[in-house]
Design a protein around this ligand. Structure first.
Ligand SMILES: *Cc1c(COP(=O)(O)O)cnc(C)c1O
Length: 370
C-alpha cells in the first residue's frame, strides 16, 4: 500500500501507540484523585502538558477530543464570553467545516460573521482584515495551512494588524503543527492542533492559548482549569505530546512536491491548484473531463491511496467550498485530487504514484475517447 492521504489522517506511530497503551496500563487512575495513583497520573498529564506547550510555543494547553472540539471551544467559547463587548467575528471562506459550521451556529445566536475574500492562491489579504476590523470585533479565526490546497495564510502579518485591536486571534494549525515551524513572530492568542494528523491517536487534540477569555462548552466537573469538563484521558495527553515531539518536517517533501509538479506538466489536461508557495506536503490538482472518484479508484487498483479534495466533502459528493472560493473552473472542479505526505511517506510512494497515475490516466482517458 502506498498511502498518500496524510491530510485526511495518518497512521499512528508504533512508539506513540506504545505510550498510549503503557499509560493506559500503568497510569489508569483519575488524575483528579487524591491518592498516590491519581497523583502519578496527574504528574504524567502535567508533563505532557508542559512538553506540548513548549513544542507549540504556547503557554497554556487544554486537552480536547480533537481539532473539531478545540475549534468549537475557541470560537463558541470566545463569542459567548465576550458577547457583551461585541458580536462581530472575522474568518475566511476556506476554513475547515469545524470552523465554518460553528460560525453558522453563532450567526443563529445573533453574531455577525464577516468572511474575508481569498485570491486564486487561497490567501486572505492583511489589508482586507484591516478594513473589516470594527470596534465590536471580538474574534478573528484564520487557519494556518489549508487542508485541501496547502495554502499558507500570512499569520504573522494578520497577527501584527490585530495587535492594535482587542479582538482575539485564533489559528487552526491542524495542518501545520509538527510539519512546519509555528514561528509566526507575533503569536496568535489561541491555536488548535489535532493528534491524528501527525501520527498520533485519534480522538485527541489541544486548544493552546497565551491569552483567552472562554466560556466552556462542556459543563461538568471543571477539569482542565474549568475550560473543559470531563475526566482527562492521560493516555491521549501523553501520546499527543509524544506524537508532536516525534513529528519532524522532512526536507524531501519539497523535493517530491517539485518532482510531482514537473511530472504533471507532461499531462495536458492536468492542472495544479495548490499555490507554489503552499505547504510542501499537500499537492492538490485536477484533471479536466474526468471525475476525481474515478481517478482515485483507478489508482487504488495499483495500491496507491490518495483522495479527492478532502475527506469531509468527498463522502457528501459536493463540490468543495474551498475550491469554489478560489474559483476553480467548472471543467476541472469535478476532477480534483489531493496528494498529501506525512512522516512515513517515502520516495517509493512517489514513484508508485507516478507509475499508477500514468497507467490510470491512459486507461480512463482512452475509455472516454472511445
Ligand atoms: C482534520 C482537521 C480538523 C479537525 O480535526 P479532528 O481532530 O479530526 O476533529 C480541523 N481543522 C483542519 C484544518 C483539519 O484538517
Amino acid at each position: 500500500m502506498f498511502y498518500l492521504d496524510n491530510s485526511a489522517t495518518t497512521k499512528v506511530r508504533p512508539e506513540v501507540l506504545r505510550t498510549f497503551t503503557e499509560a493506559s496500563e500503568n497510569f489508569f487512575a483519575n488524575p483528579a484523585s487524591l491518592h498516590r495513583l491519581g497523583n502519578e497520573a496527574e504528574d504524567l498529564l502535567e508533563e505532557a502538558r508542559q512538553l506540548t506547550g513548549r513544542l507549540l510555543g504556547m503557554e497554556h494547553i487544554i486537552f480536547t477530543s480533537g481539532g473539531t472540539e478545540a475549534n468549537n471551544l475557541a470560537i463558541t467559547g470566545t463569542a459567548r464570553e465576550l458577547k457583551g463587548r461585541g458580536k462581530h467575528i472575522i474568518s475566511s471562506p476556506t476554513e475547515h467545516p469545524s470552523v465554518l459550521n460553528t460560525l453558522a451556529e453563532l450567526e443563529k445566536e445573533g453574531f455577525d460573521v464577516t468572511l474575508l475574500p481569498v485570491g486564486a492562491d487561497g490567501k486572505v489579504s492583511p489589508e482586507d482584515l484591516r478594513k473589516q476590523l470594527r470596534k465590536d470585533t471580538i474574534l478573528v479565526t484564520i487557519m494556518h495551512v489549508n487542508n485541501e490546497t496547502g495554502t499558507v495564510q500570512p499569520i504573522a502579518e494578520l497577527a501584527r494588524i490585530l495587535q492594535e485591536s482587542r479582538a482575539y486571534f485564533h489559528v487552526d494549525a491542524v495542518q501545520s503543527a509538527g510539519r512546519m515551524p509555528l514561528d509566526f513572530g507575533m503569536k496568535p492568542d489561541l491555536l488548535t492542533v489535532s493528534a491524528h494528523k501527525l501520527h498520533g491517536v485519534k480522538g485527541s487534540g489541544v486548544l493552546a492559548f497565551n491569552r483567552a477569555e472562554l466560556r466552556p462548552i462542556l459543563h461538568g466537573g471543571g477539569q482542565e482549569g474549568g475550560y473543559r469538563s470531563g475526566t482527562v484521558s492521560v493516555p491521549h495527553a501523553a501520546s499527543f505530546a509524544k506524537a508532536l515531539r516525534l513529528m519532524i518536517p522532512n526536507p524531501e517533501w519539497g523535493e517530491w512536491n517539485r518532482e510531482l509538479r514537473g511530472f504533471f506538466k507532461g499531462y495536458r489536461d492536468v492542472r495544479i491548484l495548490s499555490p507554489e508557495d503552499g505547504a510542501p506536503y499537500i499537492l492538490c490538482g485536477a484533471v479536466r473531463g474526468i471525475k476525481g472518484e474515478v481517478l482515485i479508484s483507478a489508482l487504488q487498483e495499483h495500491g496507491v491511496i490518495i483522495s479527492t479534495s478532502s475527506a469531509c466533502s468527498s463522502k457528501k459528493q459536493q463540490t468543495s467550498h474551498v475550491l469554489e472560493a478560489i474559483g476553480v473552473e467548472d471543467s476541472f472542479i469535478k476532477g480534483v485530487f489531493r496528494i498529501s505526505f506525512g512522516g512515513m511517506t517515502s520516495g517509493e510512494d512517489i514513484q508508485a504514484f507516478k507509475k499508477a497515475f500514468h497507467e490510470s490516466y491512459r486507461l480512463i482517458k482512452g475509455e472516454t475517447a472511445r
